[in-house]
Design a protein around this ligand. Sequence first.
Ligand code: ADP
Ligand code: MG
Length: 354
Amino acid sequence: MREVRADAPGRVNLIGEHTDYHDGYVMPSAVPQRTHALLQTRDDTRVRAWSQQLGPDPIGFEVGRERKTGGWGDYIQGITWVLAREGFEVRGFELHLESAVPLGSGLSSSAALEVATLRALRDAFDLQLSDVELARLAQRSEVEFVGAPVGIMDQMASSLAGEREALFLDTRSLEFERIPLPDTLELVVINSGVAHQHVGGDYVTRRRESEEAGRLLGVKRLRDIGVDALSRIEALPPLLARRARHVVTENQRVLEARAALVAGDLETLGRLFTASHVSLRDDYEVSVARVDLLVSLAEDHADVFGARMTGGGFGGAVVIAAAAGHGRAIAQEVSAAYARCASDAPEILLPLVN
Ligand code: ADP
Ligand code: MG
């Protein structure tokens, strides 16, 4: 029997939304909230996993006989399933999970769960896996086993990003660069309390629409079109034009945001956050009224450079670029103003308040 501990962080995406499944650019950062895994190997093929967040009963299955159930155990089954498919051998284990990453709040609890579990398995069974390969396996398990057609951003962020730095990532080559956040910048993240759902529905529709736009433009991925091609995009049917315009301009904004971070130019960074939100709201149509409200309340604040929805949309959280030292006050004031207008209870995810 071998016992190992591992953990992995949640993430907040600074900019680059709905670009990863078009091989585009993203720029997430790790958050202090993490998922912790304690794993004990077994001599047989039995797996049992407990999650402190989801009640006292374990999920269970046999390695090699994974079958989708629709519950959270699918994430663990997906991991052993994908490892076998990629030729990695693991036996059974007992897994105890404990997470400070809120589930379904836009901090990517699913990637934190996958990466923490894979890190524990890598240590316990001496798997020869780099951090990038580990992220790829985590994504593949979520797409092919759990059935959520997500891009690679969340898993790369959880596997490779640090706190107080942005992970600039090219999702085509998986080349990345770690950019320290300027000391003058503080990030605020507030969850709207409107729950999102990725496994089906609108996320899949957006993906299909934007892929159709790419097809009409003669490319496999919208990554292959730059802002110089906007006039060609305008010639598409209006709805497809809006979807493509978001992806193409968002890729450009990630490049500009990376330069702004390097230069410590927070005014520009804030303007890019705001432009990203408008594009997601009006062109990609993945925001909701409550999230728009949070963004506009944040932008009214004197110490805020810009704000935008973060994550896949249809609810979830906003990320605010704030002047350092003002994060806590902004978070409290914006949340209080939101609570007065909305029936949903806001939740401050960053800065940590305890
Ligand atoms: P997000 O990744 O944005 O938090 P998702 O819908 O992608 O939201 O993933 C949330 C799902 O992941 C949960 O409903 C649950 O099935 C699973 N999950 C995430 N973290 C845990 C955890 N600590 N324990 C058990 N299941 C978890
Ligand atoms: Mg997720």
